[in-house]
Design a protein around this ligand. Sequence first.
Ligand code: NAD
Ligand code: UDP
Ligand code: UDP
Length: 324
Amino acid sequence: MKQFTTKRVLVTGGAGFLGSHLCDRLVADGHDVLCVDNFFTGSKVNISQLIDRPGFELMRHDVTFPLYVEVDEIYNMACPASPIHYQHDPVQTTKTSVHGAINMLGLAKRVGAKILQASTSEVYGDPSVHPQVEEYWGNVNPIGLRSCYDEGKRCAETLFFDYYRQHRLRIKVARIFNTYGPRMHPNDGRVVSNFIVQALQSEPITIYGDGSQTRAFCYVDDMIEAFLLLMKSPDPVTGPINIGNPGEFTMLELAEAVLEITNSKSRIVRQPLPVDDPRQRRPDIEKAQQLLGWTPKVPLKEGLARTVEYFDKLISAPKKAVRV
Ligand code: NAD
Ligand code: UDP
Ligand code: UDP
C-alpha cells in the first residue's frame, strides 16, 4: 500500500549529474519517479542503482518534443551544463532550454503540476554586482559563445514567469551556482572535475587565464536539499532564488586545494582564458536562508575529498564498467 504522501515526480535530465542525485533522493523519500533523459550528457550508469526499484521509471525522450504523462511535480533539469557540452550543438542547447521549458510548462498546465526550473548563475553573465543578488539583471553577451546557454536559460525564466502570471502555474525558479560532487562527467571540462582528474593522473593542472577569476562551489548534497525545500515551499515563493555556497575561491586557490587533497605532484600550467569567461561569481543567499531556512553545510575541502574519492575509483575501474 502506497503512503498517502507519495507523489508522482518527473525529473527531466534525470540521468545527469544533478538529476541522478535528485532521483536518488526522491526514490529514497518514497516517491514515484519518472526520469526522462535523451542521454546527451547523462548516462545510464548514473541511475543504474535505481533501475530495479519499484518507484523508479526511465524514459528516453528529448524534452524539445512534447511529453504527455501524468505527474504531480516536475523538476526541469534537462540541459547540458558544461561549456564544452553546451557549445557542442548550440542550437540544440537553446532549443532544450526554450522548447523544453514550453513543453514542460504546457505539461504542468495541463495536469496542474508544480514545476521547478534549474536556472543558473549564468543569467548574471559577467556580473558587475558582487556578490550577485536576485534583483540584479545581469550582464550577458547575447551573441557570444556562451549565449546559447545564458540566453536560453534567461528565456526559460521569462517563460516560467509568463506561465505564472498568465496561467497561474505554481512555479519555482532556482538560480544554481557552480555545483560539484560524485557523478560529474570526468571529461566535461568543468574546473573541479578537470583539476581532480588531472591531479589523480599526475597530468598538468590547466589554469585558464591568470587564475584570479573566482567561483563559489556548492557540494551536490547541499544543492539537492535546497531543491526539495524550494519545491516544498509555499506557493507565493516562486524565486528566482540563488542556491549556492557563498565561499568564494580563485581558480588558483582551487588548484592548490586539489593538489593538497590528492597529494599530487602535478604542476600548474596556463592556458588561454575562454571568451566571455565571468571574472567573479558568488551568490548572495539571504533569500534562500530566509525563505527556505537553507544554508549549505559541506565545506569545500570536505566536498572535494568526497569527490576525489569518487574519481579515484572511477579512474581505476575497468573501462567498460565506467560508462555506457
Ligand atoms: P548534466 O549535463 O550532467 O545533466 C543534464 C542532463 O540533461 C543530462 O542527463 C542530459 O543527457 C540531459 N539532457 C540534455 N538535453 C536534453 C534534452 N533535450 N532532452 C532530455 N534530456 C536532455 O548537467 P548537470 O550539472 O546535472 O545540470 C543539470 C541542470 O542544472 C542543467 O539544467 C544545468 O543548466 C543546471 N545547472 C547546473 C549547474 C552545475 O554546476 N552543475 C550550475 C547551474 C545550473
Ligand atoms: N505539451 C506537452 N505535454 C502536455 C501538454 C502540452 O508536451 O501534456 C506541450 C505542447 O507541445 C504545447 C506546449 O506544451 O505546444 C505548450 O502548451 P500550452 O498548453 O501552453 O500551449 P499550446 O498547446 O496552446 O501551444
Ligand atoms: N577553468 C580553468 N581550468 C579548467 C577548466 C576551467 O581554469 O581546466 C576555469 C574557467 O575558465 C572558469 C572557471 O574555471 O573561469 C570555472 O569554469 P567551469 O567551466 O567549471 O564553470 P563556469 O565557467 O561555467 O562557471
